[in-house]
Ligand binder design. Structure first.
Ligand SMILES: *Cc1c(COP(=O)(O)O)cnc(C)c1O
Length: 349
């Protein structure tokens, strides 16, 4: 078998959701867009529903339809992209709640599906999705009269630390959100994972964690959820002066035992992390040698007493954010890029 095995710990996932939930008095939803951040919607969503999640969020109606098949009726499914041209049938069929982003979407929704549930997305400064202040003021009374299921906005810098200049954006967005939604009846939501840790003022009626449930920053105390074990295809001895991999970027300085493992950048193991990355064989850390290839990586296994049959790239000691740092990216990208060809194994909740 020359495919890596990705083990997803549904218990750790649900524990993370519970822990995030206990950080606020409000309801806690679950963001499961992009196939539950690459971990498998069909397993992740039912586990979260069993743990108590009642509000789910996806990016597109197509994902919502898939999720409705998985969860059955009951949980509320919100769609961040709102009601796009061509979405009407999907929204009805799967009983989705689009988060309307503009006057155009609002008109489309009330014309096509009068009385069907919807939420509203407001822009408080991120300039990505949502109605801006002027648009909202023009529409506010009409929209509120239709009783939206949720009024939400999204923070651009919730993962910043207080010493970073962009951190101040959080308070500005909070103020805008309060100004825009003061005295409305509808339930409100502002915080994703990062926002949950900014304190009570940011929680409103419903929080929307994603990455924290999956074991990523900015939830520093998250339990790691994924383990990635990569089989060794072949092991060889390399003499001083010999090179390993494409473009000869690594040259042996001493006799080295090199294992070639079966995963590469086609599996989302970003080539840029090459020089800095490590793998684990039990308690021993083994360095990546040379370039990461499409389907293979060379690893120094000289310190091991025996040739390994597999090495771990992700585990409790080496969470997604460590790989992200090596690659100059974020844990979200590591998770959502993880290989379609991995064998996925689930530990029960
Ligand atoms: C992805 C997303 C979330 C979840 O964010 P995390 O940082 O993963 O917790 C919440 N709200 C919106 C609008 C999103 O796009």
């Amino acid at each position: 078998m020359a495919v890596a095995e990705l083990t997803i710990d549904l218990k750790a996932l649900c524990d993370n959701w519970q822990a995030l939930s206990s950080h606020s008095q409000s309801d806690t939803g679950a963001v499961v867009k992009a196939d539950a951040y690459g971990l498998g919607l069909a397993k992740v969503a039912p586990a979260l529903a069993a743990a108590g999640a009642r509000q789910f969020f996806v990016a597109a109606c197509e994902e919502g339809v898939q999720l409705r098949h998985i969860l059955g009726s009951g949980p509320e499914i919100f769609v961040f992209s709102g009601h796009m041209d061509g979405d009407t049938d999907l929204i009805t069929q799967a009983n989705l709640t689009p988060l309307l982003n503009s006057i155009d979407q609002m008109l489309r929704h009330v014309e096509a599906l009068p009385g069907h549930s919807f939420g509203l997305q407001l822009d408080t400064g991120m300039n990505r999705l949502g109605m801006e202040d002027a648009e909202w003021r023009a529409l506010r009374d009409i929209a509120l009269a239709q009783r939206p299921a949720l009024v939400m906005s999204h923070l651009a810098c919730a993962d910043a630390t207080p010493d970073e200049p962009e951190f101040a954006m959080n308070a500005r967005q909070l103020q805008s959100f309060v100004d825009m939604t003061d005295e409305i009846d509808a339930p409100r939501s502002l915080a994703a994972t990062g926002g949950i840790f900014l304190g009570e003022d940011y929680h409103f009626d419903l929080t929307r964690p994603g990455i924290g449930m999956y074991g990523g920053m900015p939830y520093a105390n998250a339990r790691p959820v994924v383990t990635l074990s990569v089989p060794v295809i072949q092991t060889r001895d390399v003499l001083p002066g010999e090179t390993v991999g494409y473009s000869n970027t690594w040259t042996a300085q001493k006799p080295t035992r090199v294992a070639t493992i079966a995963a590469g950048y086609a599996d989302g193991l970003i080539r840029a992390m090459g020089g800095d990355a490590w793998l684990w064989a039990g308690d021993t850390r083994c360095k990546v040698l040379g370039r990461i290839s499409m389907d293979m990586i060379g690893v120094d296994v000289s310190d091991l007493d025996e040739d390994p049959t597999a090495l771990e790239l992700l585990n409790d000691r080496q969470p997604v954010d460590m790989l992200a740092d090596w690659a100059g990216t974020i844990g979200y990208e590591i998770l959502t890029s993880m290989g379609a060809r991995y064998t996925r194994r689930y530990l029960p909740a």
